[in-house]
Design a protein around this ligand. Structure first.
Ligand SMILES: *[C@@H]1O[C@H](CO)[C@@H](O)[C@H](O)[C@H]1NC(C)=O
Ligand SMILES: *[C@@H]1O[C@H](CO)[C@@H](O)[C@H](O)[C@H]1NC(C)=O
Ligand SMILES: *[C@@H]1O[C@H](CO)[C@@H](O)[C@H](O)[C@H]1NC(C)=O
Ligand SMILES: *[C@@H]1O[C@H](CO)[C@@H](O)[C@H](O)[C@H]1NC(C)=O
Ligand SMILES: *[C@@H]1O[C@H](CO)[C@@H](O)[C@H](O)[C@H]1NC(C)=O
Length: 679
């Protein structure tokens, strides 16, 4: 009796416990670096020798997947409820060019690690245009998204979101982390190039998912960034894969995962930060804080007492010291006294600062004797190598005179500094009037006049003088407006001479991303026809009110302006690209001409581009634009240099858009131009 009835009754809870724990999955794994790790990779994903999991390499519009190779049981089968799980990983995103990147990384839970039909770019390698949002996807993801896609209602280009079956996040936020218990937060940039740790925790009983991020050297914040309450059971299947997906768009970006830990039914094991592989360095080499700050500080403290006394005496003498060498005596009239420039700019006061360019600051000044207004550009130079040659070029440039060029008045030389004195342009640079919409804008007739003016200035540089002068950096931020809103091309003084018939001495590639002709990648030679290419990009930006590259464009097709204009033109709808701020207030035939000429100048074959002489004739209407020349255009005939090897120099050069972020108010005379000499 006892054996038959009571024993089974007593044992029953045991058996039940045993059974249910067998059904409970408690899979877990940890990768402190991925060297030799078993992960299933596809697309561009690879494990590089130091143990980094690289999801995308430098290719454009590609995707990469990395999954734990075995499916996991996510559901407690009797009731079909999704288990509690938790995961943590460290990632790093390194764009090849500052300010141009995309699209991000996602942690994904999916029924199939093949992710069939998935597309790169804004689809992050998870979905495509037809299955995005479909309930039968059964995909749950956490996206680390570096591009704002308005079609998915993204808030900005630096956000985290929880995605269920589609890219329109169900919960999202600007990337930040709590720095204290009262939820004061600090913003974090996903593309900083520094490792960032992510924690994702799902509580299956309460149906709540938390997402927390922090820099790798900060302990896990107490308050999560996202806390989303929703039972995931209806959206998931029992057998699912976990892993990462990543994609690139128009710009090379490397997406890495440094370490990853996952646990079903429990907290994921902590990663050992010290064992994680190192990310490659982003940008130029930087010395450690100790070397750059610590050591000099210690040295300074010791030496400063003695030095201050000596310096005080010497500085008074040195303040106005300048360097004059024999070879400069010929340049007498063009040479300014440092003392005069110092007085003119009130001691280079910040209040007189007009803008900061790639090679130095530009100040407003009033010359003490003549009382004329000038702009003084301070160009730093490290070595004296080539300086003599450069000054000679600069001075001879001072003899160039044209109403559409900013006049160079002269120079002054100091120890590590060259000061260039230019005519002052009261209305600042053209880009401010076109891109700071809708505050300031120029109407079409003003814009057309500026285009014609700049064309004639560039024509003068190419053919109006005894030597061919190649500008090398034609763009709207290098076009300044005088008091009558005439466009004047600035900074040609910094381009190097290109003698007729002789080989150019060019070794560095000079220019700005988006305006550089494709052949420069291979030939490394700037020529009048590369200027024509830049001028084409310039015409298009002025007519369309958009920069040649707009990483934040609403859709992938609109990132590259040239592609957009070409595609509208080939559909016979070229006027769809006109700057919306102009409304319909423009002359159709002029606009049509400028846009088509912009396309023609952007031809990837240099000889197919018109010369500046022809461009001027087209613009003034002396000769009609031959429509037949446009029919030769094909998408492959349009290209521009941006990502090919050997362009690393650009990584450290700020495109004008980033300048605008830093000094919008003072950006009236931006001359972020490029000087390849003087060092
Ligand atoms: C990126 O990966 C693809 C395919 O794995 C390869 O063809 C390509 O050469 C790689 N590109 C670079 C820059 O490593
Ligand atoms: C999208 O992906 C699905 C598979 O999920 C595939 O059947 C479909 O053909 C893809 N659509 C496109 C337009 O690539
Ligand atoms: C969702 O996907 C399924 C299977 O691929 C397909 O049969 C269905 O038509 C899709 N639904 C929508 C709304 O696209
Ligand atoms: C963080 O970013 C948000 C959104 O871009 C912004 O509104 C906020 O001011 C930023 N906070 C700090 C402290 O910079
Ligand atoms: C999410 O965060 C909240 C607030 O810190 C906490 O109360 C909750 O337990 C967390 N949930 C999970 C699933 O970790």
């Amino acid at each position: 009796m006892f054996l038959k009835v009571v024993l089974p009754l007593l044992l029953c809870p045991f058996v039940f416990l045993l059974m249910s724990s067998a059904a409970m999955e408690d899979t877990g794994f940890i990768y402190n670096g991925f060297r030799g790790a078993k992960v299933s990779l596809d697309g561009e994903a690879q494990i590089i020798p130091n143990g980094l999991l690289m999801l995308t390499n430098q290719s454009k519009r590609q995707l990469g997947h990395a999954f734990y190779p075995y499916p996991l049981h996510f559901k407690n089968l009797p009731d079909g409820n999704v288990f509690t799980f938790s995961t943590t990983f460290v990632f790093g995103i390194l764009p090849k060019y500052q300010n141009f990147y995309g699209h991000g990384i996602a942690f994904v839970i999916t029924p199939s690690r093949a992710l069939p039909g998935a597309r790169p770019t804004q689809y992050l390698g998870i979905f495509n245009e037809s299955n995005n949002g479909n309930q039968s996807n059964h995909v749950v993801a956490v996206e680390l998204d570096t591009i704002k896609n308005s079609e998915f209602s993204d808030i900005n280009d630096d956000h985290v979101g929880i995605d269920i079956n589609g890219l329109t996040s169900v919960s999202f936020a600007q990337v930040s982390y709590a720095i204290d218990q009262s939820d004061n937060r600090k913003n974090l940039s996903l593309v900083s190039g520094k490792p960032i740790q992510v924690w994702i925790e799902y509580n299956g009983v309460e149906g709540q998912m938390n997402v927390t991020l922090a820099p790798i050297d900060v302990p896990k914040p107490h308050i999560p960034l996202l806390s989303y309450s929703r039972n995931l059971s209806p959206f998931m299947e029992d057998s699912m894969y976990v892993g990462f997906s990543s994609s690139t768009g128009s710009f090379s970006t490397s997406h890495y995962v440094l370490g990853w830990s996952f646990k079903m039914n429990g907290p994921a094991k902590e990663l050992t930060i010290s064992q994680l592989p190192k990310l490659p360095r982003l940008g130029p080499k930087k010395q450690s804080k100790f070397v750059t700050l610590g050591l000099p500080l210690i040295g300074l403290v010791l030496a400063s007492t003695v030095l201050t006394i000596i310096l005080f005496i010497v500085r008074r003498k040195r303040r106005f010291a300048e360097v004059v060498e024999n070879w400069e005596l010929d340049y007498g009239p063009q040479r300014f006294k440092y003392k005069d420039l110092y007085t003119a700019t009130k001691g280079f006061r910040d209040k007189e600062l007009l803008g900061i360019g790639g090679f130095g600051r530009v100040y407003r000044g009033v010359l003490p004797t003549s009382k004329t207004q000038v702009a003084v550009k301070r160009v730093r130079h490290e070595s004296r190598q080539g300086l003599k040659e450069f000054v000679a070029e600069i001075v001879s440039m001072g003899r160039l005179r044209h109403r559409n060029l900013v006049q160079l008045l002269g120079y002054c030389r100091r120890e590590r500094e060259l000061l260039l004195v230019y005519d002052y342009m009261p209305n600042g640079s053209l880009d401010k009037f076109i891109f700071s919409q809708p505050k300031v804008t120029l109407n079409w007739s003003q814009r057309f006049r500026v285009i014609k003016g700049v064309a004639s200035g560039l024509f003068y540089l190419h053919e109006g003088w005894e030597q061919v002068v190649v500008h090398r950096d034609v763009k709207s931020s290098n076009v300044l407006l005088d008091s009558e809103f005439n466009g004047r091309l600035g900074d040609f003084g910094l381009s190097r001479l290109y003698d007729r018939g002789t080989d150019p001495k060019t070794t560095h590639v000079v220019g700005t991303l988006g305006y550089i002709a494709p052949e420069i990648t291979t030939t490394r030679k700037a020529s009048p026809s590369t200027d024509v290419f830049s001028f084409g990009a310039f015409m298009l930006e002025v007519a369309c009110g958009r920069r040649p590259i707009d990483p934040q464009a609403s859709s992938e097709e609109n990132v590259i302006l040239l592609d957009r204009v070409f595609s509208c033109w080939s559909r016979g709808k070229i006027l769809e690209t006109v700057d919306p701020n102009l409304g319909s207030d423009y002359r159709v035939e002029e606009m049509d001409l400028v846009l088509k000429l912009g396309l023609l100048c952007s031809h990837s074959i240099p000889t197919a581009r018109p010369t500046m002489r022809q461009v001027v004739l087209f613009l003034v209407g002396d000769i009609p634009l031959p429509e037949s020349s446009l029919h030769g255009l094909s998408e492959s005939g349009l290209a521009f240099a941006h990502h090919d090897e050997g362009f690393d120099k650009f990584a450290t050069w700020q495109p004008s858009s980033s300048l605008e972020k830093t000094s919008t108010t003072q950006l009236s005379l931006v001359t972020d131009s490029l000087l390849s000499t003087g060092r």
